[in-house]
Unconditional design. Structure first.
Length: 346
């Protein structure tokens, strides 16, 4: 950080994560890499202390709630992925912060069309708002092969004959067991959908990852559905877990991504999702994924059964999903980030 004291005003990008050591901090590292590819000086920091003219990008929209960030000379930029003001108090506070301080905010990056339109209702200059989807690393998330599948299942102790459905997101409140559900992530919807699936698929097996999955694990126990939970220290290690899957389900009510949307496509794993987040923008139903109305558990289960029982559909979803992922990887986004960051960093 000593470099910050002597660098020219707004000549360097300071990237602030949420210090939770999970997905947001991982996205901060990805942005740091993007800045490097664009030859934009940048560094990832826990916070920016000095009241000096700096270009600062906050990876978490909840940083907007801190009134102190508006009392300095920073050019403030922020990722604002999800959360409508009427859903919960923290989202309302974020939204009101933009309404109150939009003159002090230089840039807002959104990942979905819906959130972009919502943010513009705060009174912020629409030119400050730019949509850049949460990208996928297609060098890390590469298509599954028969060999990868066999290796993954052997390592996890999952039978070759099992039908494996994945769910790799945090959907419990807090960072402990997660026995209290984070309902916007739809863990209750997921349980109802897989409960219905089990009636037609007796060899159903659920593969979980991510922290705070207690609510889902308890629910699977009650449904007598076998599962394996792999809690990974690095969220990128989840790439290998996709190799064991037959299907991935997103059951959320609200999302900014999720990352699993493009990650599953890049791996060639058929995706069944509710119409949320960037899935709503990127998924073409029946072509690169299956999309259902929010909270429609029967539609989720029916779409999953359709995919699992139709070879032609599975192959189509796989091939088109991989293409969609390539169109939304980090390399493809470089022109978007160049436009975004050159308005922020001198």
């Amino acid at each position: 950080m000593l470099r910050a004291l002597f660098s020219k005003p707004y000549s360097r990008l300071f990237i602030v994560g949420d210090n939770a050591g999970w997905v947001i901090d991982d996205e901060a590292r990805a942005l740091l890499s993007t800045a490097s590819e664009l030859s934009i000086p940048a560094e990832q920091v826990k916070h920016v202390r000095w009241n000096l003219p700096r270009a600062v990008h906050y990876m978490s929209q909840f940083s907007l709630i801190d009134e102190s960030i508006y009392k300095n000379k920073h050019r403030i930029s922020v990722d604002y992925f999800h959360g409508k003001p009427d859903q919960q108090e923290s989202f309302r506070l974020c939204f009101e912060a933009i309404r109150k301080h939009h003159g002090n905010i230089a840039r807002v990056r959104v990942s979905t069309k819906e959130m972009g339109e919502l943010i513009k209702t705060t009174g912020i200059d629409p030119k400050k708002v730019m949509r850049i989807p949460i990208a996928v690393d297609t060098e890390l998330f590469t298509p599954v092969t028969a060999k990868k599948r066999a290796h993954a299942r052997a390592r996890l102790g999952i039978s070759e004959s099992a039908v494996v459905v994945g769910s790799f997101q945090k959907d419990g409140n807090g960072w402990d067991e997660g026995n209290e559900p984070k309902l916007i992530k739809g863990p209750d919807i997921f349980l109802k959908a897989v409960g219905e699936l089990k009636q037609s698929i007796p060899n159903l097996h659920i593969l979980l990852s991510g922290p705070a999955r207690g609510y889902v694990k308890n629910g699977l126990d009650k449904l007598s559905i076998p599962y394996h939970h792999e809690y990974l220290k690095d969220p990128n290690d989840v790439a290998e877990l996709y190799d064991a899957l037959d299907l991935y389900i997103i059951a959320s009510r609200e999302e900014g991504g999720p990352k699993a949307c493009l990650d599953s496509m890049a791996k060639g794993i058929p995706l069944v999702t509710t119409k949320v987040g960037q899935c709503a923008d990127l998924v073409v139903h029946g072509k690169n994924g299956m999309m259902t109305p929010i909270e429609d558990t029967h539609a989720l289960a029916a779409s999953a059964l359709e995919v699992l029982g139709n070879d032609a559909l599975r192959n189509s979803l796989r091939e088109n999903g991989i293409l969609t992922a390539l169109e939304n990887n980090h390399e493809s986004q470089l022109p978007l980030w160049k436009e975004y960051l050159t308005a922020l960093v001198d």
